[in-house]
Structures are given as structure tokens and as C-alpha cells.
Write a protein that binds this ligand. Structure first.
Ligand code: ADP
Ligand code: MG
Length: 709
């Protein structure tokens, strides 16, 4: 028997010989206290000394990395009061001047004797060769005899702790031997099939590689383990739900059918399919647990209402949860209209039936209403409750809650889920709706415990929103001219203000100024309304209602125009400084128009854009397909951004990244599924190490939930 990672986490650096007190102090400040911490503190990248260029070989104009020692360093203050740090560095072949502008800390960083890699372009200034503002990686602070191989790991620079890359290397030298005895968690056949190296070897190779290939192999293995841990948790949850939780079987579909028949349009194939899948989920004792993805405007609300009415018709209560008041109000209004005339059995009533009761709860609900609704929730007469997340903080006891639908939400933790239990301990069916299309592998990574339905069809007659980038004054003018034209034709428009700041206050001020500007110039004579995040929800609601009823022609807003807002008569959108917005945000915004049958337009205003902003804007011009855009976004920015920085709860992925590692997500999924299907409570010998490590590294409540019955 060797070590588990749990053993290594118990091994504190204090107890390891050869690590001095000042080094210990620094490591602690960086949050590194155990051998396991250190081994999992990976290099950010590597320098390959075999690719270095000698100073003597450098040509003016050439970009290269040199490895050199600082011979002299000094700071000068220039006439404009800015600082200039100048130094001389040398290697065996020659010496060269380095100059840093406005980086006063360099003088302290690059003490005489420091060895570092300098990457930059060799220039000539007044006949003297120099490198201006090179990228610096310090290798050693002074000339201790610390032999590093030809591949030098560079560790992340911690801002709060003064733990240098050579400090980490020194500690690693003392602890790396423990990795050698780390037990394996994957069977030999799996290692072979996935071409992964042993994990004991991978720790050695990620910290002390002999070649770049070594380091790559090591990272592959450790990355796989990260994904495996995540999938073990997700699939654990999934199987647990399948097996141990009981829900109510919702079989009565009369109300649902009546509602669907009453719709003034034909359902899309995607809607039909989603309804069918959800129906069969609900018509079972296992709690449904499904992610319903559909692009903005794909008609998810109809699907949600159908499910709700199946629950109501079967005598149970439903909750629809939305992230903002505006959305809650919109759903409420919509539900009141849609459910009008629908009745359910009621023996206490003379007629033997009563109308379906829909109630709404938000932060602005009066305490009187709140009390009234609470009573109805508890005695079962509130059939459908539409609410913001406020509900999660009430400890209301539903009489017979059987379905929870979460709209426009990426993720709910288990804790939050389990708060909404019904009396009698039944788990409600759960449907999570997302309007942000999530690429398949990203969905597996974060939603692996949910079944997935993707709606790809859009309602008939919907035309793609014609999208144009407007860069020149002339193009901007024609964007506003389009607004005037559309308004003249009886339609409406949005103007989304520039993201000037993260502060809501600053945003609001600038939006107020912008409305004035538009009112006096480009949009004079039109009826403008303004919403921003600093307004009270009543004021917001008034403006939204006026826009909804057509009293306002143009709604100027900060990004608070909520996802999901539905005003089909709006046909143009202008986004100011569109280059400041992310791709999925732009797509969400654009989804506000093109909801009616008229041609719709979106203008993306930009004056100065980076390459990546240009890529985003051009992607918007090329396609209206949310999934395609999501893939592009994933390519451009990685998964974290798309999912809005959602954390897995099991520690962040350190090495894993999408879409690069999509394949690993699938592998990890397969391996985890196999392990947990064969050994649901992780009791077998072959899973013993993994079971111990999960208990050590996964939140204890989660473990309790997953593996104890
Ligand atoms: P989202 O999926 O973004 O939540 P909504 O449910 O708000 O979309 O639907 C957008 C609009 O499309 C609504 O006005 C809705 O009434 C309408 N709609 C939904 N399904 C259809 C359909 N099959 N045919 C035509 N219009 C539809
Ligand atoms: Mg919606």
C-alpha cells in the first residue's frame, strides 16, 4: 500500500525536513500547507533552455528569449515624472541593456545576480543595442548552486504571498519523492485505453520534466483526474436521484391538452419533442431532473406552462422560479391569460370545481399578500406560484408541491434544491431552463446530473435578425435612421447603452445623459423611456409596461433589459459600444428583437475594437444560431465565461479547459459512469483509494448525499 492523496494532504510541510522557516511562511501565505497542496500547485508554463538564444547571436529587430544574469540595475526619474529602470544583463557570450518604462518595481525584482529569462525584441537606441520592456521570468534570485534541468517550470506568481518560482522549486525538491508512492485510482486497462500515464509519474513529470513531452503527458493525466472527480460527483447525484428519491407521478393531462389546443399557433417540432420528453419524465415516480435548452425566442415558456398544467391537473402544486422581478411579472401576466377559463376539481365548492389559481411572489410583494399566499401554498389552493428566488429563503411548507421549474438559470446547488421539498418528503420534479445555449461538452461538465433536451427549431415565420456592425458616423446615423423608420411604421426599438463601468451607479448616470443626448439629436420627437439598475422596481415596471403597451417608442436601457423580456412589436436594437460586450451577452440582447413576424434589425456600434472584439462582432453578423455562437464563444474565451463563472463546488479546474479538453470530459464521464454503476456506494477494493480521496476533497455534505443512504 502506498499513499492516497488524502495521506499527502495530512502530511504538513512543517514536518518535512529541509524546508526552512521563511520558506514555510511564504508557502503558508500562498495557501500551501501540505505535500498535496504543493504537488497540485502546477507550473503555469515552462521555459525550454534548449531554445534559448545567446546575446551574442541577437540581431537588431529580432525577437527572442535570452537567459542572462543581472549585472547592474538603476532607476531614473524622467522629465515627465515617470520612472525608467535600466539594467545590464549578460550571458557567456555578451551583454545587453534592458530598459523598463513605468515599471518601478523592476529595480527591486531584478537585483544584481538575479538569473532570468528575458523575452523581447532587440532594438537599437542611439547605436546601443537594448531590449525595451521585455517579459521577465526569474529563474533564480542569486547564484546559489541550484541546478535546473533544461526545462524550467515557471510557477504562478501569487500576489498576496511573496513565493517565487524558485521557492516553489526548492520545496518541490523536498516533497516530490512522496508522489512516487501515490496509489493509482485507474485500472491498468483504462490507463492503456486512454493512453494515460500513471498518476505517480505524472506528478513527477509535471514538476520536473525532462522534456516538454513529459510535461504534456503529465498534464493530460492530471487533467483527466480533475474531470473524473467532477463527473464522479455529477453522476453520483444523477444515479442517486434516479434510485433513492421519490416524486409524484403526474399522469392527468386534460388541462395540459386543453391549454396546448388553445394556443394561437402551431407548436414547433422542438416544442412537441420537449413536451413529450417532459411528459414522460413527469409521468413517473422518479423525480425528473432535466435541463431544457432553447435559444432566446424558441418558446420555452409554452413548454413550461404545459408541464405546470399537467401537475395542476394531477392535483399537485408547481413553482416557476425566475431570476428577476420583471421576468416574474411577465410570466405571471402570461400565465393568468393562458390559464383563464381552466378549472380543476374542488369538492369543497358548490360547483365542484374552481379556477386554476396562479400567484406571484417577489421582493415587492406586500406582507399582507405574502401572508395570504403562504396560507394558499400551505392549504393547497395556490396551484402555481411564480416567484423570484425570494422563495428559497422562506420556509414555506407546500401542501403538495410536485414540480419546480427554474427559468433562465444556469445552476442551482443541491442545498437549494433540497430546500424545496414537499410535505411528506417527496422530491419535486425539476426542470431547469436555459436560454444560453451550452455546447454539449460544457453541459456535460456542469450539468452532467441532468437529462438534457435541446430545442433547435424556432417558431415558424421568424426571420433571422439582420445584424450590422456600424463603425463610421455614417453607419451609426443609418442605424438611428432605421429606428425612426421602424417607429414610423408602428414598431418599437431598443437602445442598449455602453458598458461604461461595472458600477451600476456610473452606468445609470451615463444612461441618463445618453437619453438626453438622443432626445435632443438622433431620436428627437420620438417617445423615449429609460430603465437602469438604479431605479426602483416599481419605476422599472411602469416603464416596461409602457413599452409593452406601445406608449413608449424606444426603450433606452443599460444591460438590465432582462433576458426573457418579450415585446414582439420591437423590431430594432442598437447596441452602443458593442465591442465591450461578450458574445453570449450580445446574443441574449439581440434575442429581444425579431420576436414578431416583421423583419428585425440589430446594429452593433463600435469605434475601436480589439481583434477578439472584432471576431465577436463578426460572428454576430454571420449567424443567428445561438449554439453556433456558443461554440465560437467557447473557442474564444473558454467555458468559465459562457457559464458565467459558475463553480463546480469541487474546486476549480486547474488544468482542464474547454473546448480543448472536450474529449476528456467524455472519457471521464464514461469512466465515472462505469465505476458508479458497478459500485454505487464506492465500497469495492478497486475504488477504495478514489473513495477516500473523494471524501477528503469533495464537500462533506455532498458526500453524505451521494454515498450514504
Ligand atoms: P423563450 O424560449 O426565449 O423563453 P418565449 O417562451 O418567451 O421564448 O417565446 C417567445 C415568443 O414566441 C412568445 O411571444 C411566444 O408566445 C411565441 N411562441 C412560442 N411558441 C411559438 C410557436 N410555436 N409559434 C409561434 N410563436 C410562438
Ligand atoms: Mg423565456
Amino acid at each position: 500500500m502506498g499513499y492516497t492523496r488524502h495521506d499527502l494532504a495530512e502530511m504538513k510541510l512543517n514536518d518535512i525536513k529541509g524546508i526552512g522557516p521563511s520558506l514555510l511562511e511564504k508557502a503558508k501565505a500562498a495557501g500551501l500547507e501540505s505535500v498535496d497542496d504543493l504537488l497540485n500547485y502546477y507550473p503555469r508554463r515552462y521555459l525550454d533552455r534548449t531554445r534559448q538564444v545567446s546575446i551574442g547571436e541577437l540581431f537588431p529587430g529580432e525577437q527572442a528569449t535570452i537567459y542572462a544574469t543581472v549585472e547592474a540595475i538603476s532607476t531614473r526619474r524622467m522629465k515627465n515624472r515617470k520612472t525608467m529602470v535600466e539594467g545590464i544583463v549578460s550571458d557567456e557570450t555578451s551583454r545587453v541593456k534592458i530598459t523598463f518604462f513605468n515599471q518601478p518595481w523592476r529595480a527591486k525584482q531584478l537585483k544584481v545576480g538575479t538569473q532570468a529569462a528575458f523575452f523581447g525584441k532587440m532594438d537599437e537606441y542611439r547605436g546601443q543595442p537594448q531590449i525595451v520592456n521585455p517579459v521577465v521570468d526569474i529563474i533564480k534570485e542569486d547564484e546559489e548552486s541550484d541546478k535546473t534541468g533544461s526545462i524550467i517550470p515557471i510557477y504562478p506568481q501569487s500576489t498576496k504571498a511573496d513565493l517565487s518560482t524558485w521557492n516553489v522549486r526548492t520545496i518541490i525538491k523536498e516533497v516530490i519523492k512522496y508522489a512516487q508512492d501515490l496509489d493509482e485510482i485507474l485500472e491498468p486497462a483504462v490507463l492503456e485505453e486512454l493512453k494515460l500515464i500513471k498518476r505517480s509519474q505524472s506528478y513527477k513529470n509535471i514538476h520536473q520534466p525532462e522534456s516538454e513531452e513529459d510535461a504534456r503527458q503529465a498534464a493530460r493525466r492530471l487533467r483527466f483526474d480533475e474531470f473524473l472527480m467532477l463527473q464522479m460527483v455529477l453522476i453520483g447525484r444523477y444515479l442517486k436521484h434516479e434510485k433513492y428519491f421519490k416524486s409524484q407521478k403526474l399522469s392527468e393531462d386534460f388541462l395540459e391538452r386543453t391549454y396546448l389546443k388553445s394556443l394561437p399557433f402551431e407548436l414547433t417540432n422542438s416544442q412537441l419533442l420537449a413536451i413529450e420528453e417532459i411528459d414522460s419524465d413527469l409521468d413517473a415516480l422518479n423525480p425528473a431532473h432535466r435541463l431544457l435548452q432553447g435559444d432566446v425566442g424558441s418558446g420555452k415558456t409554452v413548454v413550461a406552462f404545459a408541464a405546470t398544467l399537467r401537475a395542476v391537473g394531477s392535483g399537485a402544486q408547481s413553482v416557476i422560479m425566475a431570476p428577476t422581478e420583471v421576468l416574474v411579472k411577465q410570466h405571471y401576466k402570461n400565465a393568468r391569460l393562458s390559464f383563464e377559463g381552466l378549472t380543476i376539481k374542488d369538492e369543497t365548492n358548490l360547483l365542484g370545481s374552481r379556477p386554476v389559481n396562479v400567484e406571484m411572489l417577489s421582493n415587492s410583494t406586500s406582507s399582507q399578500d405574502r401572508d395570504r399566499i403562504e396560507k394558499m401554498v400551505e392549504n393547497g389552493t395556490c396551484d402555481v406560484l411564480i416567484t423570484t428566488h425570494a422563495l428559497l429563503y422562506n420556509e414555506w411548507e407546500f401542501s403538495n408541491l410536485a414540480l419546480v421549474i427554474i427559468d433562465e438559470q444556469h445552476r442551482f446547488g443541491v442545498e437549494q434544491r433540497s430546500q424545496l421539498l414537499s410535505r411528506g418528503g417527496l422530491t419535486p420534479h425539476m426542470i431547469v431552463m436555459s436560454a444560453t445555449p451550452i455546447p454539449r461538452t460544457a453541459a456535460m461538465l456542469y450539468f452532467g446530473d441532468l437529462k438534457n433536451t435541446v430545442m433547435t427549431d424556432m417558431p415558424k415565420g421568424r426571420k433571422p435578425v439582420e445584424t450590422k456592425i456600424a463603425r463610421t458616423n455614417k453607419e451609426v446615423d443609418s442605424a438611428y435612421a432605421r429606428i425612426r423608420e421602424e417607429v414610423k411604421a408602428g414598431r418599437q426599438a431598443y437602445v442598449v447603452c455602453a458598458l461604461v463601468s461595472d458600477s451600476e451607479k456610473v452606468q445609470a448616470t451615463s444612461a441618463v445623459a445618453h437619453v438626453d443626448e438622443l432626445r435632443n439629436n438622433q431620436l428627437s420627437g420620438l417617445k423615449l423611456g429609460l430603465v437602469h439598475g438604479q431605479m426602483s422596481s416599481e419605476d422599472k415596471e411602469i416603464i416596461m409596461a409602457e413599452f409593452g403597451s406601445g406608449k413608449i417608442d424606444v426603450l433606452v436601457s443599460t444591460t438590465v433589459i432582462e433576458v426573457g423580456v418579450d415585446v414582439p412589436n420591437a423590431s430594432v436594437m442598437v447596441v452602443e459600444d458593442a465591442d465591450r460586450f461578450g458574445l453570449s451577452q450580445l446574443h441574449q440582447l439581440r434575442g429581444r428583437v425579431g420576436r414578431g413576424s416583421d423583419n428585425a434589425y440589430c446594429y452593433l456600434l463600435t469605434s475601436k475594437e480589439t481583434i477578439s472584439a472584432q471576431n465577436r462582432l463578426e460572428a454576430m453578423e454571420t449567424t443567428n444560431d445561438g449554439f453556433e455562437l456558443a461554440e465560437i464563444d467557447l473557442e474564444l474565451r473558454g467555458a468559465g465565461h459562457i457559464l458565467g463563472g459558475i463553480q463546480s463546488g469541487q474546486g476549480d479546474l486547474k488544468l482542464g479547459r474547454l473546448p480543448r479538453d472536450s474529449k476528456y470530459v467524455q472519457f471521464a464521464y464514461d469512466v465515472a459512469m462505469q465505476k458508479l454503476t458497478n459500485d454505487p456506494s464506492m465500497e469495492s477494493k478497486e475504488n477504495s483509494v478514489l473513495a477516500i480521496e473523494m471524501s477528503a476533497f469533495v464537500d462533506s455534505n455532498e458526500i453524505e448525499f451521494l454515498f450514504k443512504s
